[in-house]
Write a protein that binds this ligand. Structure first.
Ligand SMILES: [Zn+2]
Length: 473
């Protein structure tokens, strides 16, 4: 590994800074498989933390985990026309099994709506079988041309929830409920502020009636879609012939949702909170909350280290000890690049006064605290850090959201300032397309509870919506 210090400055070259951070923090490595990355232990540990919290939230809202096949026969993928049209360009195909050519080729799942529908057709017969609330943790494959660690990859690690309901009302409620589960997770665990809204028809998911998304803004003002929740109506269910007997013994078609988040959230975590020293991980999601760095090898240092380990264990605070033969300076830099919320330096000088030094990662603020007050000091630091990181990200994001009332204003902002632009929009896709063509800005989402403040930013006709635009990862 190169010198940790050689991270490109974030404000000099953000793209290069990002690559430096993901490699120097040892989150990912490149593999011989083009377009696919290796998620290294530390990167995977962050994903496991995310999984643990989300999995608990899914189960608390009544969902169960299942595992579907990873291959989809071509005929099954073709059942729902809009869906297949949306995914066909980026699907990978299996044509041979061993030496034999397959009678029907199989695609590697790009998402699993059709697999779930095929299964639901088999197990949903009566209103008593509803709702079905399933989730799966898996990888999917989309044959992307350009790839970037965590942001765009051919193989994506994610979760996908797929549910079936007796009524459209229930399915819509589920769609919104899961959207808010994601919002809760991203705000309160990842400390990432998100815009939560509805996608325009142009940007909605292939085959969905309505798509909702969480839109985060990265440090450089570029948007990252950080999760989606879709309402399908009963289009898929009809295409697949799924029917159930209602209480009056009449056949009805159920209503469906799907929702998902991916390891992109790790990309967002890096790009919202990281700084010139590397990652900054919010304490509530950090796989290792504390790194202990003993300075010197005296028996006092060793004893204090062992006592501290026992204290952290007893208080269920995750930690690691850096006992490598590197210099303290190297270890400090390594702790910073990995973004551990706190590092504790145990050295002879502090110990002679009964103290240790704690360094808080987001502010790099140092405090010397009595050995027997470490737990309460850490608790305070973690609470403040979690809170301050969200507030800081929110302040930065809000300072980069602009309001454009006319096309001239839009042009001025879009060509001079990074960030999101909020507009009034008539609802006509022609206006949305014009902005996309002129500025390479896609619509992010409609914010339904925001008041309309004027005519359409593009054509000047009466506006129906508040629509946010932004460039995207
Ligand atoms: Zn318009």
């Amino acid at each position: 590994m190169n010198e940790i210090k050689d991270i490109t400055k974030r404000d000099v070259d953000f793209a290069k800074w990002y690559t430096d951070v993901v490699t120097k923090a040892n989150l990912v490595d490149y593999s011989s498989v083009k377009g696919s990355m290796i998620i290294c232990p530390y990167g995977y540990a962050i994903w496991e933390q995310m999984q643990n919290v989300l999995d608990r939230m899914f189960k608390e809202t009544g969902h169960e985990n299942v595992q579907m096949p990873m291959f989809i026969p071509e005929s099954l993928l073709n059942v729902e026309k809009d869906h297949v049209a949306g995914f066909a360009p980026e699907v990978a195909w299996v044509t041979h099994g061993g030496k034999d050519k397959l009678e029907e080729r199989l695609c590697v799942r790009p998402t699993s709506e059709v697999l779930f529908c095929d299964y639901y057709k088999k197990i949903i017969k009566s209103y008593r079988d509803l709702p079905k609330l399933y989730n799966q943790w898996c990888t999917i494959v989309r044959w992307e041309k350009a790839t970037r660690p965590f942001l765009r990859s051919r193989e994506i690690l994610w979760q996908e929830g797929h549910t079936m309901h007796a009524t459209s009302k229930e399915a819509l409620e589920e769609t919104i409920k899961m959207l808010h589960v994601y919002e809760d997770f991203q705000k309160n665990y990842l400390a990432i502020p998100v815009l939560v809204g509805k996608k325009t028809d142009k940007e909605k998911f292939a085959g969905a009636e309505a798509s909702y998304s969480l839109e985060a803004m990265m440090y450089d003002g570029v948007a990252l879609q950080n999760g989606t929740s879709h309402y399908f109506g009963n289009g898929f269910a009809k295409a697949f012939g799924i029917e159930f007997l209602n209480k009056e013994n009449k056949l009805e078609t159920p209503y469906q949702t799907s929702w998902g988040v991916t390891t992109r959230m790790i990309g967002a975590l890096i790009m919202v909170h990281g700084d010139d020293h590397g990652l900054v991980i919010p304490p509530k999601i950090a796989p290792t909350k504390v790194v202990i760095i003993p300075i010197g090898t005296t028996s006092e240092v060793e004893e204090a280290t062992n006592n501290l380990i026992a204290t952290l264990k007893a208080n269920d605070i995750s930690y690691k000890v850096d006992n490598s033969n590197k210099t303290p300076g190297y270890k400090f830099a390594d702790a910073e690049v990995k973004g551990y919320p706190a590092r504790i330096e145990i050295g002879p000088r502090d110990l002679s006064e009964g103290l240790v030094t704690i360094v808080r990662r987001d502010t790099l603020e140092k405090v010397r605290v009595p050995k027997d007050e470490i737990v309460s000091s850490l608790t305070t630091i973690f609470d403040n850090m979690q809170h301050d990181m969200y507030e800081k990200a929110l302040k930065r994001r809000d300072s980069m959201i602009y309001d454009a009332k006319t096309y001239e204003e839009f042009t001025e902002i879009a060509t001079t300032k990074p960030g999101f632009i909020k507009t009034n929009w008539c609802g006509d896709v022609a206006c949305e397309n014009k902005i996309k063509d002129d500025f390479s800005m896609k619509s992010r989402c409609l914010i339904e509870d925001e008041e309309i403040t004027g005519p359409c930013v593009c054509c000047g006709k009466t506006a129906k919506y508040r629509l946010y635009f932004g460039r995207q990862y």
